[in-house]
Design a protein around this ligand. Structure first.
Ligand SMILES: C[S@@+](CC[C@H](N)C(=O)[O-])C[C@H]1O[C@@H](n2cnc3c(N)ncnc32)[C@H](O)[C@@H]1O
Length: 231
């Protein structure tokens, strides 16, 4: 009897870890996306993002990097419910176009319903194979998502492929997690991964409880391009 209880506790813990703690990442991409499809309607309530904070800490630094130019072409990979597109279109200085891309149709549906703006387009696609030509975007972003993807290095290089030389990459580095082996990286290891894909001037800075913000610039641009500012 005692072994039955121990067995059930272990199985229960495993299910909790695989589904809730690590959001299905060890079960493959289909499970991750299935879970986001289920959570889509509740995502914004759970996250409770503050629009002022989002505008000041996400949109403003991106626009500041390119200022005074604001006619930008931006790609937000794993956009979820449109967090970054919303922050950008609500910023008075933004005058460009942004594509929000995600593999969860339900997350995209919530995003499209929330962010109604002609400057935003939504694309359903995996991050691993982006449906865009090389060097297409001035900035590419991917927030709170790399750790849920199969091969982080491959996805980073795919983000960089569609970023123009001199363009800005903004991604997040998961921290404070002991339960995602192989899915979290030290700062040094993360910088090495970015550099291996052609990103230089990497800046890592504290941001949220679970994430650092990571900025970098694609090599090969005009040498007059400004360095990554310290935000
Ligand atoms: C934690 S949410 C982050 C959403 C948004 N970036 C934010 O900061 O609120 C992770 C998102 O990554 C998406 N995602 C996970 N794996 C993906 C993949 N391989 N390709 C595209 N999107 C993916 C999920 O559907 C989900 O919307």
């Amino acid at each position: 009897m005692i072994w039955l209880i121990v067995g059930l506790v272990i199985i229960g813990f495993l299910i909790w870890w695989l589904i809730f703690e690590t959001e299905g990442v060890y079960l493959g991409r289909r499970v991750v996306i299935w879970l986001y499809d289920i959570y889509a309607q509740r995502y914004d309530r759970i996250k409770n993002f503050d629009p002022v904070y989002e505008r000041e800490l996400l949109a403003a630094p991106i626009l500041g990097y390119f200022a005074p130019f604001n006619t930008l072409n931006i790609l937000d990979v794993a956009t979820g419910t449109g967090r970054l597109p919303l922050a950008l279109v609500e910023h008075p200085a933004f005058n460009g176009k942004i594509i929000g891309l995600d593999l969860s149709r339900n997350m995209l549906a919530v995003a499209a319903n929330k962010v109604k703006d002609d400057r935003v387009a939504w694309v359903h696609s995996p991050a691993e194979t982006l449906p865009f030509k090389d060097d297409s975007f001035d900035a590419v972003t991917c927030l709170e998502a790399l750790e849920f993807m199969g091969d982080t290095q491959q996805v980073i290089c795919e983000l960089v492929r569609v970023l123009r030389p001199g363009g800005l990459l903004l991604v997040t580095l998961r921290i404070n997690t002991r339960w995602m082996p192989g899915k979290t990286h030290t700062q040094q290891a993360f910088v090495t991964m970015l550099e291996a894909c052609g990103i230089g001037h990497v800046t890592i800075e504290p941001w949220q409880v679970d994430y650092h913000r990571v900025w970098g610039m694609k090599e090969g641009g005009d040498s007059q391009e400004p360095p990554i500012p310290q935000f």
